[in-house]
Design a protein around this ligand. Structure first.
Ligand code: UDX
Length: 456
């Protein structure tokens, strides 16, 4: 396909849950006629051979080759990138602007909200920008609430008795659902959030969909921003062919799934960043075994980095436990998650409630046992359990008895069956949104026209 609508430079954040939707967005925009350049950090550089139609340009990030991501250093890495990448991105943009091929001129820069340095660099060079927010719209609203909560004396959170209270103007979220809750580095996160909200681009793209968040959040966001919003999600359904995994998917689990009864299997994956220790892993395993339900479990090597190096936790499971699991459990280091969630044998998902996993689950009509760890995951878990009512809220205590009870509620009890029915209704609504004439389909067309109005 020849693309003559001009070039878009995309600046993703190098984390799995962020680069995935950014490259999906890139695929949808390429189909609209734009040429795509992805300006990416050396850290966690994606495999360009999976995206032969994009140009990939490395930007220097100053991180060590051995850097890895965990929930402890996530914010520190994001902050470092915003300092270290400035000059490399600027040099690249100056060079490409000088080359000045008429139909290939940069229309605009689309950057991940975590990579807010890109906005300042672009503005210095007179290039328009659009920010891409990879989390839910509700989560973005919580970011805007921080200043108000602070000035009203609610923050910093101090009194544990108030953690369960509903937050003013953010109902049904509670104080303990705030993305900064329980983070050892919550001040650093607040600073990052404030910096990312200071910059104002020409528009905001969100990987969400009207039928999930349109009525609750869009109006509020429009009061806060004077620029257009585009709810173009779920992007994995808008760009189904886009493959973006940093890790190698183990497809053998699909053969195992083929042998299981319909809706019988619990799929467990806690995303690409959350960490757990050996004791928690053992308790989870016994809880699963004692529930007597078949399960497919992703146990990542940790710490996670692109080379996949790190401890192999599966091998550390005690022998008697491995024996007790027998054929009922299948364990892999990384699964083809979207295919797994769509498989007829899978009947529930035990998830950390990252936004991509939440959307992928909703799109397949799959109810979720919510185990949020940090950041937006708490907000998503609350939406899943209390707004869409397809998520199971439980004690979140990693102890075998608690886990066995939660799994039984989801996979055996009436409660799980009801959640599954509601999830299927939502799946149908989301499907209509991405089809021709649906809200996300229209939002993507609006985005295309909007980009075309930005000056070349
Ligand atoms: C991070 C944050 O944790 C999350 O809260 C935020 O919304 C985005 O950034 P992550 O932990 O990577 O995300 O979770 P998530 O957003 O769910 O993304 C994980 C992605 O990895 C999903 O697209 C999922 O399909 C994929 N995945 C996960 C696999 O392909 N295979 C697996 O085995 C596990």
């Amino acid at each position: 396909m020849e693309n003559h609508s001009g070039r878009l430079v995309l600046v993703p954040s190098p984390f799995q849950g962020h680069i995935t939707p950014m490259l999906q967005l890139a695929s949808t925009l390429r189909l609209k006629g734009f040429s795509i350049t992805v300006a990416h950090t050396h850290f966690n550089f994606p495999d360009p051979s999976n995206h032969p139609h994009f140009e990939f340009v490395p930007i220097l990030d100053g991180l060590s080759d051995h850097a890895h991501i965990s929930s402890q250093n996530f914010i520190a890495i994001a902050s470092t990138l915003n300092t270290n990448c400035v000059s490399s991105l600027r040099e690249f943009l100056i060079q490409i602007t000088k080359e000045n091929v008429e139909h290939e001129r940069i229309r605009c820069i689309i950057y991940d909200g975590l990579m807010y340095f890109a906005d300042a660099v672009a503005k210095q060079l007179g290039i328009p920008t659009i920010v891409f927010r990879t989390t839910s719209a509700t989560n973005l609203l919580t970011y805007h609430a921080f200043a108000r909560l602070r000035s009203n004396g609610y923050l910093p959170l101090q009194d544990s008795r108030s953690f369960d209270q509903l937050m003013p103007e953010l109902d049904p979220l509670r104080f303990k659902d705030l993305p900064i809750f329980n983070l050892p580095n919550s001040d650093a996160m607040l600073q990052q959030i404030e910096k990312s909200l200071e910059v104002r681009s020409s528009g905001v793209i969100m990987n969400t969909v009207d039928c999930l968040e349109g009525s609750s959040s869009l109006g509020e966001l429009r009061k806060l921003y004077e620029v257009p919003f585009f709810f173009v999600g779920p992007l994995h359904k808008m760009a189904p062919d886009s493959r973006v995994s940093f890790f190698k998917e183990d497809n053998r689990c699909m053969c195992w799934l083929n042998k299981q009864a319909s809706k019988s299997v619990l799929y467990i994956s806690l995303g690409s960043i959350a960490c757990w220790n050996e004791k928690e892993l053992t308790e989870m395993a016994w809880g699963l075994v004692n529930s007597k339900q078949p399960f497919l479990w992703v146990i990542r090597a940790m710490p996670f980095n692109i080379n996949g190096s790190g401890s192999d936790w599966v091998e550390s499971l005690p022998e008697d436990l491995k024996e007790a699991m027998g054929e009922r459990g299948c364990i892999v280091k990384w699964a083809p998650q979207k295919e797994v969630l769509a498989h007829r044998a899978v009947g529930g998902f035990w998830s950390h409630c990252g936004w991509n996993s939440s959307l992928e689950s909703l799109c397949e009509g799959m109810p979720i046992i919510c185990q949020p760890y940090f950041g937006d995951q708490r907000v998503n878990a609350r939406l899943l359990s209390h707004v869409w009512r397809v998520g199971l809220e439980w004690s979140n205590v990693i102890e075998r008895g608690e886990i066995e009870r939660a799994v039984t509620r989801m996979m055996v009890d009436e409660q799980g069956r009801e959640m599954r029915l509601r999830a299927v209704e939502l799946k149908d609504k989301i499907r209509l949104s991405v089809e021709e004439g649906g809200s996300s389909f229209k939002a993507l067309n609006d985005l295309q026209h909007f980009i075309n109005t930005l000056s070349l």
